[in-house]
Design a protein around this ligand. Sequence first.
Ligand code: ADP
Ligand code: MG
Length: 867
Amino acid sequence: MAAKETPVMRQHADAKRAHPNRIVFFRLGDFYEMFGEDAVVAAKALDLVLTSRNKGAPDEIPMCGVPHHAAHGHISRLLELGHSVAICEQLADPSKCKGIVPREVVRVVSPGLVTDREHLDATTNNWLFALDFEEATIGLGLFDISTGELAVGTLRDLTEVLSETTRTLPREVLLGGKSSEQIRAARELLAKVLPNASLLDDEALPSDKVDWDLPDCMQSLEPHPPEQRAAARALRLARSCHPGKALPVSRAIRWEMRDCLVIDEVAQQHLELVTSSSGDKKTTLLSVIDETATAAGARLLRRWLLTPLRDVTRIRRRLDAVELFVTEAPLRKAFRLEVEAVSDLERLATRAVLGEATARDLGGIRDGLVAATKAVGVLERVEVAADRETLELTANGVDTVSDVESKLSQSLVDRPPNQPKDGAIFRTGFDAELDESDALRRSGTELIVSLETSLKQLLGIPSLKLRYTRVFGWYAEVSRAQSGRVPPEWRRKQTVATGERYTFSELDELADKILNADERHRERELRLLHELIVCVGRESARIRQLAARIARWDVFAALGEVAHRNDYCRPDVDDGDVLLFEECRHPVVEQFAARGHFVPNRCELSITGERMWLITGPNMAGKSTFLRQIAVATILAQMGSFVPASRARVGLVDRILSRVGASDNLARGESTFMVEMRETSKILSSATRRSLVVLDEIGRGTSTFDGLAIAWSVGEYLDEAIGCRSLFATHYHELTELSAASLHISNRSVSAQEVEGELVFLHRLVEGSVSRSYGVAVAKLAGLPERVLSRARALLDALETGRSTEAKASALVARNRGQLGLFESRPKKPSQGDKMVEELSSLSIEGITPLQALALLDQWKRRLTKL
Ligand code: ADP
Ligand code: MG
């Protein structure tokens, strides 16, 4: 930075040194200024004018600034872009301070550590994601400061890192540990999948070595060093952003991927669980089932959806609770009515712990506690012992934190203001001192009014007014014409267009009194507010615990509501081999694209029986929809929800692996065959016997022969080597021959009828395969010109009679299959013919003379005849 530093710029340099990776908002009077590289970055991001300090001088540096009252919006924008901001404040009033004003960084606002409502999405956790790379394991620490949740876990490789980041979508990631190789690889990968996240390493952490130790909340967990280091990393960053504050973390939980039904990143997107390919939020599974009434409930539901369970007992326990809310309609309705008024207690309590709560936040906590008490009251009226157990209600009752609630109710006005200057915070009668200063304030004002009246009469000046401005304080104003009647001891202060302004000792005394009362009132109010915040902060763990229970009931009631409204059934979940859905529907398609006319279908797979269904049918028949609905219904069942079917049985699934052929996946901008193959190979390596594999038209991104051969061998491998339940949609009719060779593979097709040249989709899944693809009929539906259609029909006829290339391909593959399994790649000695073909294809005709060509021909001919 500058060669010749002024004291102020030295302060800035100190702040910058302590926060090298952050944009320093440096307070200068009414502005936050940014200097140097910070200024360049911020000016671009915030569309500010970039100027410079000491223009023309050798120490000229770029600079830009924002007015302090507008800082909030600018900080928001920077956070969205993944920046973090260090706020360097003036610690004293410049007018009351000799020499240079002391300045210090008082707060760091980091995307992963925000607590303001404005910077947060109410329905999503804001995870700070910390990793610790050791050779074989990766420790994971997740911390949401806004809710006080801390979780730890262990990941095996970058694939798992990727699947956890897509699940949690962190805005900030901390990378550290021994293996710098892995850190670099992870950084590269995450920069791609989370383009707007801030990626930090240990340099971002404070350099002191003292607080690597963990809070008590981690003592209950078994020690796993990489996990602990990852969690410690997250907490250290949090501490450095909120210096001197106790962090709101009550209990660490284990983030256990292995206890969950694993849905990897690609499947998550393909099944459109929380994001849709069109970007429309309404058409995701989450939005269809999210009937939660509270923000904390919405966050929990989202988590359950992305991490369904794998433990029969736990799933059944959830299902019991949902069922209770389905069958007991009055209970459901009454509870939902009350719970709706519960505010975001988790996040509000956190703000209290950090001392950031406003009077309005405290009002929010009070109202939330009142509503929560009523909602709990509805449940407490349940009498049947078994139902009480289902609702996790114990005899000693639910702690509704009523002591805090009554304290807040007694003290705060009904609608407390955000800023103390915007109105009264406390009820009259709550605090005697406050009431007294308030009365003084009021009586002072009344005294002024009566002084004005008496002066008017006494002096005979009807135009006399007693007024107040912030700059001058109280004064008397008299019109110029009547100013002669003013007593001589009055002091003239100012001449304005409307007359002359004076002060005098009686008015000064009164003004002092009012001002004093005002000041006393404000100080008292702030003191009481602070005490209240501290008191609420002390009980925040109890408040958060209540919030967590309410969130759980909210989710159960919401799932009950969805099941009731959309006619879902309770699945039988066990650890058997079967996956059965009768009259199954796609929960999203039945609400939108096919509302009112969705055709339900049956699915029955069994690990030991028919475990693979090969599904053929024309384009647009509903193959993809069927595949997805089965996967989605399985996820719903294992998260503890009812499912869109008339009967369901789910033998536990450990992973859902789902892939779409390249051309169906254009939305992701990856159409290459390579991507498809890489994903397919990932499936084959991670599927187990308990997995559900859903393959939609794989092998599409290449030539017919290649595609068919690959699809064929993948099908065989799934059946023979893995033996899991799978659904396989394909446009290669030849593939249906697979079923002849294996008892475990069976053909289904989605029917369509051609009625007088028009294609009618029945969307009904039937046994067997279809022989026609109806491609031309679909093309007609799409509006291709008649001339093109009739030519296509003629060509099709010719191909079908002359045996199509695809049919030949199938014969070829079938023959090979008899001789050698496609998976054992037995090395074959290349024949003369093969070699010649290779030579021929690498030959550049333009590059040789006719004579050379003749010589080559001669050589080949001789080689062939020798054979
Ligand atoms: P495919 O994969 O066979 O080309 P899709 O599954 O993409 O066909 O379905 C095409 C359209 O048909 C869907 O967008 C949906 O609107 C409709 N559809 C699919 N399945 C059904 C069904 N079971 N009942 C009613 N409409 C359906
Ligand atoms: Mg499809």
